[in-house]
Design a binder for this molecule. Structure first.
Ligand code: UGA
Length: 434
C-alpha cells in the first residue's frame, strides 16, 4: 500500500520504517528540513535499537523515502498517518497546534480519497476537531475519512513492539477506513480492537495513565517495604503472578519519566477536569511520582550524612535504557536536587552523553562506569542499562572514596554487594525508614 507519514519523530520514523519493511511504499515528511536532509543521508535523529537498519533497508529497496513537501506526501499516500508532536502546555493540556496545522495542509493538498489517521497521542475528541478543520479547507466533493490508530510503542524497544504488538486499536467511522487499516495491519497477525474514534483515543490515554498508576502504586508499596523491612522485588513477584495483576510495570524505582507517561497523565487529568471530573487517582499517581525523586535524593543524603562536599557518580541519564532520550528523564530533577544540596556530580550514560552535554551544567561527564566511580562517595543508578548490571565491583571499590551504592532501579542483589564490602541501598529493599 502507499502510505504517508507526517512527522519523523520517535513514533513516525518507527512506524514508517516498519511499514516499509512490511512491503509498503512509504513517504515520510517533516517540516524540520535538517532532519529530512540527515535522514536522506542515512543519519538517524535519535537512537532506537534496530531502527537504523530498517531505515537503510527501506531506502535501499526503494520502499522508504523522505521529503519536505507535504504535497508530495498527500499525493502519494492513500493512508496518511499524522505523527506530529503533542507537547504539554503549562496547565498539562496537550498542545495540538501542530496537529491542526498539518490537517490544514493535508486538506488543501487533497485531490482524491485519502484516509487520515491520527497516531499522535491526542485527547479524546481530537478526531472531531480534525474533521472540522479538514472541512474548512478541503475542496468540495473530495472524499476522505478520519480514523484513530494509537501507538503503543515503548522507546528502546519500539521496533519490536511495532512488529509484535499486544493489540492494534482501530477507531474508524466507515467500512472503507476499516477495510484499509485491517489490510495494512494484516501481516502482523495481532488481535485487533475495532471501535469508534473516541473510544480509540481514550484507549491510548487510559492505557498510559494506567501504567503510570501501576508504577506509582509499586513505588508507594516500596516505601512501605522500607519502613517495615520487606522486599518490594518479592512483593512485586508475588503480586505479579496473579494473572489479573501481571508482573509488568511493577518495578519500583526513581519514578516514571519520558515524553509519554508524565505528559499523557497530565493531559488526561486536564481532559477529565474539562468534563467536570476530578481525577484524583491520577493526580495522586503524578504527585507520588514527583515525591519519589525527592525521597530518592533524601535517601542518598541520609546515606552520605551530608551531601555538601560529597561526590556522587551517576550511572544512567536517559529516562530508560536503550534510548538516548532525556525528555522528562528522572536524572534531570535528581541531579539538580543533588547539586542544590552541594554535591559534585560525575555522570555516565551509554547513549545519552551527546544530548546530556547541552542539558546539564556543572556535571563532569565520564567515559564509562569506572571513570564515574573514581573518587566518588557514592554511585547512584538512575537508568537500568544492561551494561551496569555486570561490573568489576572489586575495581569499583578501589576507585571510590567510599564504597556506597544507591540503586534507584534495584538492579543489584543487596546481599552480594554487601558481601563485596559495599553499603547498598535500594528502593524498597527493607533498609529502614524512607
Ligand atoms: C510508554 C508506553 O509504555 C507505550 O505503550 C506508549 O506507546 C508510549 O509511552 C507512548 O505513549 O508513546 P515509553 O514512555 O517509551 O512508553 O516507556 P515505558 O516503558 O512506558 O517507561 C516509562 C517510564 O516508566 C520510564 O521512565 C521507566 O523507567 C518507568 N518504569 C516503567 C518504571 O519506573 N517502572 C516500571 O515497572 C516500568
Amino acid at each position: 500500500m502507499d502510505i504517508s507519514i507526517i512527522g519523523a519523530g520517535h513514533v513516525g520514523l518507527v512506524t514508517g520504517a516498519c511499514f516499509a519493511d512490511l512491503g509498503n511504499r512509504v513517504v515520510m515528511v517533516d517540516h524540520d528540513t535538517k532532519r529530512i536532509t540527515a535522514l536522506k543521508a542515512g543519519t538517524m535523529p535519535f537512537y532506537e535499537p534496530g531502527l537504523e537498519e530498517l531505515v537503510h533497508r527501506g531506502v535501499a529497496d526503494k520502499r522508504l523515502r523522505f521529503t519536505s513537501s507535504m504535497k508530495e506526501a498527500v499525493d502519494q499516500g492513500l493512508i496518511i498517518f499524522i505523527c506530529v508532536g503533542t507537547p504539554s502546555r503549562p496547565n498539562g493540556e496537550a498542545d495540538l497546534s501542530a496537529v491542526e496545522h498539518v490537517c490544514r495542509q493535508i486538506a488543501s493538498a487533497l485531490r482524491s480519497y485519502r484516509l487520515i489517521v491520527e497516531k499522535s497521542t491526542v485527547p479524546v475528541e481530537t478526531g472531531e476537531w480534525i474533521k472540522r478543520t479538514m472541512q474548512l479547507a478541503v475542496r468540495k466533493g473530495v472524499p476522505y475519512d478520519v480514523a484513530s490508530n494509537p501507538e503503543f510503542l515503548r522507546e528502546g524497544q519500539a521496533v519490536q513492539d511495532f512488529m509484535n504488538p499486544d493489540r492494534i486499536v482501530l477507531g474508524v467511522e466507515s467500512k472503507r477506513a476499516k477495510a484499509l487499516l485491517l489490510e495494512l495491519y494484516q501481516p502482523l497477525k495481532a488481535p485487533v480492537v475495532v471501535t469508534d474514534v473516541k473510544s480509540a483515543e481514550l484507549i491510548k490515554h487510559a492505557s498510559n495513565s494506567f501504567l503510570a498508576v501501576k508504577i506509582s502504586f509499586i513505588n508507594a508499596i516500596a516505601q512501605l517495604c522500607d519502613w517495615v523491612g520487606a522486599d518490594v522485588v518479592k512483593v512485586a513477584e508475588g503480586m505479579g503472578l496473579d494473572k489479573r495483576i501481571g508482573r509488568a510495570f511493577l518495578d519500583a524505582g526513581v519514578g516514571y519519566g519520558g515524553f509519554c507517561l508524565p505528559k499523557d497523565t497530565a493531559a488526561f487529568i486536564r481532559i477529565a477536569e474539562k468534563h467536570g471530573f476530578d481525577f484524583q487517582l491520577l493526580k495522586a499517581a503524578a504527585s507520588l511520582n514527583t515525591e519519589q525523586r525527592q525521597r530518592f535524593v533524601k535517601r542518598i543524603a541520609q546515606t552520605l550524612w551530608n551531601l555538601n562536599t560529597k561526590t556522587v557518580g551517576v550511572l544512567g541519564l536517559a529516562f530508560k535504557p536503550n534510548t538516548d532520550d532525556l525528555r522528562y528523564a528522572p536524572s534531570i530533577e535528581i541531579i539538580q536536587m543533588l547539586q542544590d544540596e552541594g554535591a559534585a556530580i560525575r555522570a555516565f550514560d551509554p547513549k545519552a552523553m551527546a544530548q546530556a552535554n547541552g542539558l546539564f551544567t556543572g556535571v563532569t561527564f565520564c567515559r564509562d562506569v569506572y571513570e564515574t566511580a573514581r573518587g566518588a562517595d557514592c554511585l547512584v543508578v538512575i537508568t537500568e542499562w544492561n551494561e551496569f548490571k555486570e561490573l568489576d565491583f572489586a575495581r569499583i571499590k578501589k576507585l571510590m572514596r567510599q564504597p556506597v551504592i544507591v540503586d534507584g532501579r534495584n538492579i543489584y542483589d543487596p546481599d552480594s554487594l554487601r558481601r563485596l564490602g559495599f553499603r547498598y541501598v535500594g528502593i524498597g529493599r527493607g533498609q529502614g525508614s524512607g
